[in-house]
Design a protein around this ligand. Structure first.
Ligand SMILES: Nc1ncnc2c1ncn2[C@@H]1O[C@H](COP(=O)(O)OP(=O)(O)OP(=O)(O)O)[C@@H](O)[C@H]1O
Ligand SMILES: [Mg+2]
Length: 428
């Protein structure tokens, strides 16, 4: 039932605005190329030259009294991707997102929305792109207080000239996506903050834009509601596959939502990478500062930490089996099908040898845990706490890796030590 919603939104909408949805070219991409935005009396003057030479925002400000909003910003957002721009207050996030719908004109560089050089547009052509291709959700999403929820959601469609009946259909479907269909007739004032924010999201979705611009869309919500909205966002995105440029100052949110994350500082891009790349190889101390607050166990996967299995050779002596384990916590015994059946830990083996035993089978244990390679470290954390190696198995139950609790701890500690290695830098 739900799956039908998205296509229906597209089809109905296309009849009024785009002749043929199915045959349209790939347009849901965003690309910033060498973008500069200088605020001040003479944006194209000395301040721009200095920004081009690589001078910092702070220095340029004190020398020229101009504010660098963006300096040499380059990134592209792929079709269907959630691209998160993250940075501290004043780092240029909102300035960057506003160049995409030309709420800001750039000082230099270009901004592409699909194959449209958006900064060259003005008047009706710009309005058309804004209305039809781009949806926006901001932190304090101003709903019209005297319009019902459904009329708020249908507002963009109304502006596009979509008739009432069709508009209400589409608005209801968009409300369904955010779980608020039942509130269609309510007034915004009757909804909680989180619900209002959802109405804002529904409003952006109602005209079925290819691109969603979301600037701190969830930042005003309290943490639990915020978390819920993030989950909903992920679910909606799985269904709709929009190209989303999402702004946040919260790294946890960035890592949760982003396919890729772009970290900005002082108007410049510091690093672009997958959540995992950002966490495990922060490019600078600035990124590392962010990273230290983050729960890394959530993004690092079992497959990133597991080592090759090196199973116990059955038929070997207890002593040689223990020796083969080496520095590891333990090794698994696999059966003819490659399934792990038992584990020999180094500690059990050594204890048995100390007791004078030579019986390998007697030193084995079977109370080990299994994990899939795609699980996150957080998901296996409790298992790891038992101190036994975890058998990483494929879909058929075959042993493909050995996840050592020591390695989990080492990996989680690695970024922390990276951070310690950096001088604490002053922000901005
Ligand atoms: N209209 C403007 N006029 C002058 N300076 C501006 C304007 N808009 C933004 N700036 C400056 O540009 C810089 C970047 O601002 P921006 O709003 O992009 O920051 P941000 O990263 O979105 O911060 P926040 O997290 O607080 O929203 C800041 O130094 C800000 O003072
Ligand atoms: Mg901002």
């Amino acid at each position: 039932m739900k799956r039908a919603l998205a296509p229906r939104i597209s089809t109905a909408h296309d009849q009024t605005t785009r002749p043929d949805h199915k045959h349209r070219t790939v347009t849901g991409t965003i690309r910033l190329e060498g973008v500069y935005k200088i605020f001040g009396e003479q944006p194209r003057g000395r301040a721009l030259d200095l920004a081009r030479s690589g001078m910092s925002k702070t220095d340029i400000q004190s020398m020229t009294d101009h504010v660098v909003g963006l300096a040499d910003v380059n990134f592209s957002v792929n079709e269907g991707e959630i691209f998160v721009v993250m940075g501290l207050s004043g780092s240029g996030k909102s300035t960057a997102i506003r160049t995409v719908n030309k709420l800001h004109s750039v000082t230099a560089g270009s901004v592409w929305v699909g194959d449209v050089d958006i900064q060259t547009l003005s008047g009706p052509a710009l309005q058309k792109v804004r209305r039809e291709r781009i949806g926006m959700v901001f932190q304090h999403f101003a709903l019209f207080p005297h319009r019902s929820v459904i009329d708020n959601v249908g507002y963009g469609l109304e502006v596009q000239g979509v008739g009432r009946h069709e508009r209400e259909q589409l608005a209801l479907e968009a409300l369904g996506l955010v779980g608020l269909r039942a509130y269609a007739a309510s007034m915004p004032g009757q909804l909680s903050g989180g619900m209002q924010q959802r109405v804002g999201l529904a409003r952006a979705l109602a005209s079925d834009p290819e691109i969603l611009l979301m600037d701190e869309a969830f930042s005003a919500l309290d943490p639990l509601i915020r978390r819920q909205m993030q989950d909903e966002m992920i679910a909606i995105q799985r269904q709709l596959r929009k190209t989303i440029l999402f702004i946040t100052h919260d790294l946890n949110e960035a890592l949760r939502l982003g396919d890729r994350v772009c970290i900005m500082r002082g108007g410049r891009v510091v690093q672009i990478g997958t959540p995992e790349e950002i966490l495990t190889s922060p490019a600078t101390g600035y990124v590392a500062e962010f990273v230290q607050d983050v729960d890394q166990g959530r993004v690092i996967r079992v497959s990133d930490v597991m080592v090759e299995p090196r199973p116990v050779v059955t038929g070997a002596s207890l002593r040689s089996a223990v020796r083969a384990i080496g520095e590891r916590t333990g090794s698994f015994v696999v059966n003819d099908h490659g399934h792990p059946e038992a584990v020999l830990t180094s500690a059990d083996g050594i204890r048995a040898l100390d007791d004078g035993s030579v019986d390998l089978a007697g030193a084995l244990r079977t109370d080990f845990d299994r994990a899939a390679p795609t699980q996150t470290l957080n998901e296996v954390y409790a298992s790891a706490g038992r101190g036994l190696p975890i058998a990483v198995v494929d879909g058929d139950g075959r042993l493909i890796g050995n996840l050592d609790p020591q390695d989990i701890m080492a990996e989680l500690g690695r970024v922390e030590s990276l951070i310690d290695g950096f001088e604490r830098e002053v922000f901005l």
